[in-house]
Ligand binder design. Structure first.
Ligand SMILES: Nc1ncnc2c1ncn2[C@@H]1O[C@H](COP(=O)(O)OP(=O)(O)OP(=O)(O)O)[C@@H](O)[C@H]1O
Length: 233
């Protein structure tokens, strides 16, 4: 697909932490191409750079060298403000520990990203109701996080991530805090978002069951991807 540039394109990315002699290199020339509509699981030992990669893809951190381009936007040349605006338009993030605001109901948590959009209250409510329905959470709309199970809270987290209809979902250990059944429900939802709605998904995970749901598994080890790529079903 030479005339169809990758949706996610990393070339020669360098990233380190610390300064001078204390400098800890994480990536030194990392490259990666992910087409639109892919569902990629990133696995690897602790400290291999998975979270660092997600932070670069989210535009939350910047590379010292190389190019990070997503959906045609070159994050490496954007300032912080531009990256913030890009993030609200392009990205949904699903966190391991859900990151819901405890004083807001499920519906209010899901509505949050929409407050940055020029939408009427009615339009916001309709969108929230649609995604809560998609996630099977209609009955939970007025419940607070403390009144929900971990699995339900994670589904609220997924609803919040997709309510703005982003092209890209980044998931950081989305099943890491869930029992098997809730984990499988969350994975089924991610699978549906990828296969039915065409969302591109990059998911960092230690969970082999999560990796099986993805279309591809990338193994990160000491800051580089292992050459072999296991193809999913
Ligand atoms: N802000 C930081 N300052 C200094 N060192 C950092 C920082 N963030 C991460 N590191 C170091 O960079 C390396 C890669 O960290 P990273 O969090 O990307 O790994 P990971 O693969 O996500 O690990 P885990 O599976 O444990 O979450 C680790 O050695 C970590 O200690």
């Amino acid at each position: 697909m030479t005339d169809d540039p990758s949706f996610i394109h990393l070339a020669g990315v360098a990233k380190s932490y610390g300064r001078g002699e204390e400098r800890l290199p994480i990536f030194d020339g990392l490259s990666l191409d992910i087409p639109r509509g892919d569902f990629v699981a990133v696995m690897g030992p602790s400290g291999s750079g998975k979270s660092t990669l997600l932070n670069l893809l989210a535009g939350l951190d910047t590379a010292e060298a190389g190019r990070v381009s997503i959906g045609g936007s070159d994050l490496s040349v954007m300032g912080e403000g531009a990256r913030g605006r890009w993030r609200t338009q392009t990205l949904g993030i699903v966190f391991q520990f859900y990151n819901l605001l405890p004083m807001l109901t499920a519906a209010e948590n899901v509505e949050l990203p929409l407050l940055l959009r020029p939408l009427s209250k009615r339009e916001r409510r309709e969108r929230v109701a649609t995604v809560l329905g998609l996630l099977g959470l209609q009955e939970r709309a007025r419940h607070y996080p403390r009144q929900m199970s971990g699995g339900q809270q994670q589904r609220v987290g997924i609803a919040r991530a997709i309510v703005t209809d982003p092209a890209l979902l980044l998931c950081d250990e989305p099943t890491g805090d869930l029992d098997r059944r809730s984990a499988d429900e969350a994975l089924a939802m991610l699978n549906l978002l990828n296969r039915e709605l065409g969302k591109t998904i990059v998911m960092v995970t230690h969970d082999p069951a999560a990796a099986k749901v993805a279309r591809r598994v990338l193994h990160l080890d000491k800051g580089t991807f292992r050459p072999e790529v296991a193809e999913a079903a």
